[in-house]
Design a protein around this ligand. Structure first.
Ligand code: PNS
Length: 161
């Protein structure tokens, strides 16, 4: 079984994430999407909500599993029989930090990292920008899955009450 992990915060999942997950699912027997549990970082959606949205939008691939993890990614990989990480690169500016993490993960546990260049349609996308645009009433359709767009609206309406 050739298994790969797509790790991240996914607060929330965007069409850019989904593009990388979908392409990885065509290359590997199984893709494990791993949502980082980070209690120190303020998030818009809870880990449960993020996992649920990811499960919904990746269900059609058939070989994508969504999990949560805390601690080191290399420990999650060891516990799940995973030897490689897939990451999307949107721009050269992503590369510096990603390369550092890739080299550290290899140094720590010989975990390989494979970089996929993001689809140019989504290379300007980030979860933080999506949250900001949605917060001020901007249109995020086509940038996030419809279920995520709905959840964003609900969460931001709740915040206004
Ligand atoms: O979507 P993000 O927040 O950019 O994802 C970052 C993530 C989760 C991939 C990265 O922070 C991570 O792997 N965290 C787990 C902790 C860890 O292993 N740190 C050492 C990295 S070399």
């Amino acid at each position: 079984m050739r298994r790969v992990v797509c790790p991240g915060s996914f607060d929330p999942v965007t069409n850019g994430h989904l593009d990388i997950i979908g392409r990885a699912s065509g290359l590997y027997d199984e893709v494990v999407v791993a949502v980082l549990i980070n209690i120190t970082k303020k998030s818009l959606f809870s880990v449960d909500e993020r996992v649920e949205m990811l499960g919904e939008v990746t269900a059609s691939y058939g070989n994508v599993r969504v999990e949560r993890f805390h601690g080191l990614l290399v420990d999650f990989c060891a516990a799940n029989g995973i030897s490689a990480v897939v990451k999307g690169l949107r721009a050269v500016s992503d590369f510096e930090y990603e390369m550092q993490m890739a080299q550290m993960n290899y140094r720590l546990a010989k975990i390989e990292t494979l970089f996929m260049t993001s689809n140019p349609l989504y290379s300007f996308l980030s979860s933080s920008l999506i949250k900001e645009i949605a917060k001020y009433g901007g249109d995020v359709s086509g940038l996030v899955p419809e279920v995520v767009r709905g959840q964003l609206q609900t969460r931001l309406n709740e915040a206004e009450i």
